[in-house]
Unconditional design. Structure first.
Length: 270
């Protein structure tokens, strides 16, 4: 099999290596004289390129390259059981984290939710260090990163709406005069509504409710009082965010399935 088209000649490739690359290779037992000797044949040239990619980078970068590309022909891939365990724990851990985040936002407050979300973001990137060395696991994990970011952000922002859509009740409420506060030099309105039981609650909305004082509008409220009411109907609250989150979750599960299939296929090929 010929070398890949577009690659520079092996001599030019070796001459282009930086001093740092050469020192790292020499420390791994591959000095330039040995590499040039190995590159004397076409098969040897391919092996030299692989050696440079594997040993010419720093240990941290080398591990990153290996996880992204998967194990090379001479590498030993992680066993299928380890790959399956990683992906099952990864997906289960993500589901638990999202449930904890939703509970923190609904039961405690947005500030605690932000802290949990930041910890989730940090843990997501730390997981890269334990991604299995197996076909497709590296690219699959990279696909899940934006999906998990979308899930964390959507859960942080839309948990109250999702909770009301699941546990709230539809009602007709009278719009009351809004209250005002100053935030970052701007006057911000907080809409208020009077529910059928006579209680008045703030509603997260823009300031246009100032023009609707006295009108009756549909709202969804929580009988337990954990979340304030929201304008609209249960069926429509957070619907678009749910669709986006569902798509992100489906993408993460599909990426994990591809990684598991790649590991199983390699095992079967043996």
């Amino acid at each position: 099999m010929a070398e890949r088209e577009g690659n520079p000649p092996i001599e030019a490739f070796l001459d282009s290596l930086s001093a740092a690359n050469r020192r790292t290779l020499a420390a791994s037992g591959f000095d330039m004289a040995r590499l040039r000797e190995l590159a004397g044949t076409e098969a040897g040239a391919r092996q030299v390129r692989h050696i440079v990619a594997e040993f010419g980078a720093s240990p941290g970068r080398r591990a990153t390259v290996r996880r992204l590309a998967g194990p090379g022909p001479a590498d030993i891939a992680d066993p299928a059981g380890k790959v399956a365990g990683f992906w099952l724990l990864y997906l289960l851990g993500a589901a638990v984290l999202l449930l904890v985040l939703l509970g923190c936002v609904v039961l405690v407050g947005q500030l605690l939710g932000v802290i949990v979300a930041v910890l989730g973001f940090t843990g997501l990137f730390l997981m890269w260090a334990v991604v299995p060395s197996a076909p497709w696991s590296g690219p699959a994990f990279l696909v899940t990163v934006p999906a998990m970011i979308v899930l964390l952000a959507a859960t942080l922002l839309y948990s109250p709406e999702w909770y009301l859509a699941a546990r709230g009740r539809d009602a007709q409420a009278t719009v009351e005069s809004p209250t005002y506060r100053w935030e970052h030099g701007a006057r911000v309105a907080t809409c208020r509504v009077r529910l059928p039981d006579g209680s008045v609650h703030g509603v997260r909305a823009d300031g246009t409710c100032a023009r609707a004082v006295g009108l009756v509008r549909p709202v969804v409220y929580d009988p337990a009082g954990r979340v304030g009411p929201a304008f609209g109907r249960r069926t429509g609250l957070g619907a678009r965010a749910r669709d986006v989150a569902g798509g992100a979750a489906g993408l993460a599960v599909l990426a994990a399935a591809v990684a598991l299939a790649g590991s199983a296929r390699r095992r079967g090929a043996r």
